[in-house]
Design a protein around this ligand. Sequence first.
Ligand SMILES: *[C@@H]1O[C@H](CO)[C@@H](O)[C@H](O)[C@H]1NC(C)=O
Ligand SMILES: *[C@@H]1O[C@H](CO)[C@@H](O)[C@H](O)[C@H]1NC(C)=O
Length: 279
Amino acid sequence: MGFSNGFSMIVLVSLALSSLAMVYGNFNQDFDITWGGNRAKVFEQGQLLSLSLDRVSGSGFESKKEYLFGRIDMQLKLVAGNSAGTVTAYYLSSQGPTHDEIDFEFLGNITGEPYILHTNVFTQGKGNREQQFYLWFDPTRNFHTYSIIWKPQHIIFLVDNTPIRVFKNAESVGVPFPKSQPMKIYSSLWNADDWATRGGLIKTDWSKAPFTAYYRNFSYKDLRATTSFSDSAWQTTELDGPSRRRLRWVQKYFMIYNYCSDLKRFPQGVPPECRQSRF
Ligand SMILES: *[C@@H]1O[C@H](CO)[C@@H](O)[C@H](O)[C@H]1NC(C)=O
Ligand SMILES: *[C@@H]1O[C@H](CO)[C@@H](O)[C@H](O)[C@H]1NC(C)=O
């Protein structure tokens, strides 16, 4: 076999490997609509999904598969206009009373006022680890990518590839870490006007219903299987320099709530994972 044949063989094999490792979504293949009837719709041959909410009901979907570790990307375009009172939840969760959960929740607002991106991490059924952010763009104008990198060492939340939150494995100080319960991906759009917007002061304006959010371009990457991720990248616990700077920028200018700084809530001292370095 000549050099060029050998070379193209290698290219073919690595293309095949990377397409195995990176699975692009088709909503018909990868997800089930779980509630809300025809308020949830898949269109464009499975490339686009929408959820909507009206006076009668919200709607939701979940993944057919369960995942344990990996990188999960989804592009969302949130309810536009007056979305006050609505919540678009997008999260990973395992089952049962000691479930683990990794949450993005988008709290709507009146036209022109900022959404809040609410995040949380549950381990062994226990949450109370909220961090909230404003976004540096209008999440209703275009699709933006919301991602979870879930490794044995940490969970990283990213928005358009910018890390906004790192939840480190703090088992060494007694904090359980999600590492053995596979999770499904869920999303739902529902009415939460008792708390969502300015703490519940602003109610859903039903004359604007139905409220609709859009999803596209789901991908799951098994980080252990990709050829582009070396063993050391899989093992590493650190963000690189530019990512650390982006994370600090988000935390400095866009973070509006951090449970780790809420001394009123934890008069006996903040939870142990808060006492570790953030990166
Ligand atoms: C909605 O807008 C108000 C006023 O700008 C702001 O205080 C609040 O954080 C915004 N977001 C939500 C979800 O309440
Ligand atoms: C779809 O997602 C992949 C990986 O997450 C990304 O590389 C690609 O640019 C996305 N496509 C669009 C149209 O945004």
